[in-house]
Design a protein around this ligand. Structure first.
Ligand code: HEM
Length: 480
């Protein structure tokens, strides 16, 4: 028999009956166990993530299968066969913590590699592109897809008003409205780092790189009617699928590939290789296989490991770096800031977030400092005690930049449509029809001018795309 104690470790004598003055009398303030129990309960909720609030996570391993050391000196890629522990979190984006999983939305695909050189967080999505090119618009995107300030309800008009006023969003919108817009589960979708990052090799040469994880389970999707029926019976379908498959030993796997561009080629690339609304076509930059990601252990506690997990694109390791993508640059600020708000300044001490290599920093104190606070170690630098010094050996080669500081208009590149056009023309007639009908259902609640604007954007991409969407909207309107 194990005994119940207070948080201070003292025996709890009665966990059924509040202490009262007589059998029918009021409760007494001296029932400190009752006070402690309610006070803890009152503080159980922490802020949810502003986006990607609903998620599921699992532990696993990444194993290198192919040599990419000519491109990166990151030690996690240093030898074929090398394994690195990972923690992954999948998510939907727009819904809150209690939202149903099988909704039409993009999916988050976050991987934390616990490398010997620190944590590397690749915080991606299941789509290779994004709605925006400029991080200044990110809060607007979220206000448009989340709840209306007056009604507290989701609003198709807000959502589509915003999307259609940003024609660069059409590439991502086409993917979300396609048959891939509702994955059957988190296991049945690809993952993308989406941004352009950089690799630095041992000779200090830079390549631009994009990361793609291809599912080994195969792509499987749900139609709108299938998803609607599923949600009626199970709001946790993605979480359950991931948990159950790991429990029964069917470990989900993804193959990691990279696309590589020599540093100097960025200047002559016909499209902006740092534009998050565009892909690098595989014909120009083929996929190179790197390794296998396997998820093989469920968390012991959802709150401790999944809810308290924090991923940050600023967390890179030597050999992996950033790029001039202004969206990525914006994210470098936002995630650490969100973690400090959501979990506190010492969120890196929470076991799921803690690096699995020695950490020597001069950060001290702060709320929930639970690790001994570096004891008596010197807390300033420079010092004459030989304490922790910077490591210039890991510095990156200089990156040439030019240009005067200004609010440069990213819309000088107004090629919004050529890549979604390629995507649309690759679709089978059945996939195109699904795209038209999914769009019609999603945009049904929007005003006529917003619908007309979307049809116009689609027509500029491909007249058949515009016609198809217009027809599907008209048919749905007749049916209603
Ligand atoms: C979550 C900001 C674009 C993928 C978040 C969070 C913030 C944020 C504040 C919540 C973090 C937390 O509370 O721990 C931004 C900003 C963006 C941006 C400012 C653009 C400027 C993107 C893009 C991707 C992405 C382009 C994918 C390629 C994710 C994922 C999560 C997330 C997967 C959930 C991470 C987790 O599982 O904990 N984002 N985001 N975001 N974002 Fe972004």
């Amino acid at each position: 028999m194990k005994h119940l104690t207070t948080a201070a470790g003292a025996p709890v004598v009665d966990n059924q009956n509040t202490m009262t003055a007589g059998p029918r009398g009021p409760a007494l303030l001296q029932d400190v166990w009752f006070l402690e129990k309610l006070a803890h309960f009152d503080r159980e909720v922490i802020p949810e993530r502003r986006m990607h609030a609903k998620g599921a996570g699992a532990h696993g391993t990444f194993t290198v299968t192919h040599d990419i050391t000519p491109f990166t000196r990151a030690r996690l890629f240093s030898a074929v066969g090398k394994q690195t522990d990972v923690f992954m979190r999948f998510s939907t984006v727009a819904g809150e913590r209690g939202a149903a999983d099988a909704e039409r939305d993009i999916r988050g695909f976050s991987v934390k590699f616990y490398t010997e050189q620190g944590n590397w967080d690749l915080v991606g999505n299941n789509t290779p592109v994004f709605f925006l090119r400029d991080p200044l618009k990110f809060p607007d995107l979220n206000h448009a897809v989340k709840r209306d300030p007056r009604t507290g309800m989701r609003s198709a008009d807000n959502n589509w008003d915003f999307w259609t006023l940003l024609p660069e969003a059409l590439h991502q919108v086409t993917i979300v409205m396609s048959d891939r817009g509702i994955p059957r589960s988190y296991r049945h979708m690809h993952g993308f780092g989406s941004h352009t990052f950089s690799f630095i090799n041992a000779a200090s040469e830079r390549h631009w790189v994009k990361f793609t994880f291809r599912t080994q389970q195969g792509i499987e999707n749900l139609t709108d009617p299938e998803a609607g029926a599923l949600i009626g019976g199970d709001r946790e379908s993605h979480m359950r699928d991931l948990y159950d498959s790991i429990e029964r030993g069917a470990f989900p796997r993804w193959t990691l590939y990279v696309q590589l561009m020599p540093e100097r080629e960025a200047a002559t690339c016909p499209y902006n290789p740092f534009d998050l609304t565009k892909v690098w076509p595989h014909a120009d930059y083929p996929l190179h296989e790197v390794g296998v990601l396997e998820l093989n252990r469920n968390p012991d506690n959802h709150f401790a490991e999944v809810e308290q997990a924090s991923f940050n694109p600023a967390h890179v390791v030597p050999g992996v770096g950033f790029s001039p993508d202004r969206m990525l640059q914006g994210r470098l600020f936002s995630y650490g800031d969100a973690a400090r708000y959501r979990l506190g300044v010492n969120h890196h001490l929470i076991p799921v977030n803690a690096p699995r290599c020695p950490v020597h920093s001069y950060h001290r104190d702060g709320q929930m400092r639970t690790d001994g606070n570096m004891g008596g170690a010197t807390s300033y630098e420079p010092n004459s005690r030989g304490e922790w010094i910077e490591q210039p050996d890991f510095s990156e080669p200089p990156l040439s930049l030019e240009g005067a500081a200004d609010h440069w208009n990213h819309r000088v590149d107004d090629d919004y449509f050529s890549q979604p056009r390629v995507l649309f023309r690759k679709m089978s007639p059945a996939q195109q029809q699904a795209l038209f009908e999914n769009t019609a259902r999603s945009i049904a609640g929007a005003s006529a001018p917003v619908k007309a604007r979307h049809i116009d954007n689609c027509s500029r991409c491909d007249p058949d795309y515009g016609d198809g969407v217009a027809r599907a909207i008209a048919q749905l309107t007749e049916l209603r």
